[in-house]
Design a protein around this ligand. Structure first.
Ligand code: FMN
Length: 215
């Protein structure tokens, strides 16, 4: 693959929210997860865990759990301030119930040696506490899971599948962790819904010059 093929792959990937009602072969799902485990990750600690959900009833139960939290939030008086946006969010929040497959991406906590030193000291030293605060703004575990999720989306796209990264299901984190019966140290980061695409959405990007500088 030369750089133009890679560029085409990266630029033609879009988030897909509508799928054909066709099953995705399990081998494809497993291959995508396997390739995702080759993503860079902090200290190569590989603290991730993936649950491939093909069972329709389980996908529906996850979607119901997410919808129920979104419905509850929409009833709060604070939601009135952004009523239209909240209603739109509420309406679109569980569209993944129709996805032929969903992959739960989980991660366990990661502590580098620096984290261990800082954690041991933070309660008595404001400088250690401040530095630990910086690390908490971008946890290595979440960065690692995100690298895996990104890799998976590109693999699915190359396979001719359409996928989407979903953070909104985090609203129902405990319900999903229970439904998917993951080890207790595993924490949900996102879901990836996938299937054969039934839409071809277009998206643009800001010019790179707006978001980059060279010094
Ligand atoms: C961290 C993250 C969380 C996302 N969460 C959601 C989500 O909860 N619901 C949704 O419909 N799309 C979600 N998306 C998809 C984005 O809306 C999408 O990537 C963005 O609009 C750019 O479109 P593209 O992926 O087609 O380029 C998420 C994407 C990322 C990277």
């Amino acid at each position: 693959m030369d750089i133009t093929d890679l560029e085409r792959l990266i630029k033609s990937r879009r988030s897909i929210r509508r799928w054909k009602p066709v099953e995705v072969p399990e081998e494809m799902l497993k291959k995508a997860v396997e390739l995702a485990t080759w993503a860079p990750n902090g200290g190569n600690y590989q603290g991730w865990y993936f649950v491939i959900v093909k069972n329709r009833e389980t996908i529906v139960r996850i979607a119901d759990a997410v919808q129920s939290v979104a419905d509850r939030i929409a009833t709060w008086p604070e939601a009135k301030t952004w009523e239209e946006d909240v209603k739109r969010y509420q309406k679109n929040t569980s569209f993944f119930r129709k996805a032929p497959a969903v992959i739960g991406v989980f991660i366990s906590d990661y502590r580098s040696v620096m984290d261990k030193v800082l954690l041991a000291r933070e309660s008595m030293d404001p400088i250690a506490s401040r530095i630990m605060g910086f690390r908490r703004t971008a946890p290595t575990a979440i960065q690692s899971a995100s690298a895996a999720a990104t890799t998976m989306l590109l693999v699915f796209h190359q396979m001719g599948l359409g996928a989407i990264w979903l953070a909104s299901p985090l609203m129902a984190k405990p319900e999903i962790e229970t439904l998917l019966d993951v080890p207790s140290e595993m924490s949900l980061v996102c879901l990836i819904a996938v299937g054969y695409p039934d839409e071809s959405p277009q998206k643009d990007r800001r010019s790179v010059d707006e978001v980059m500088k060279v010094i």
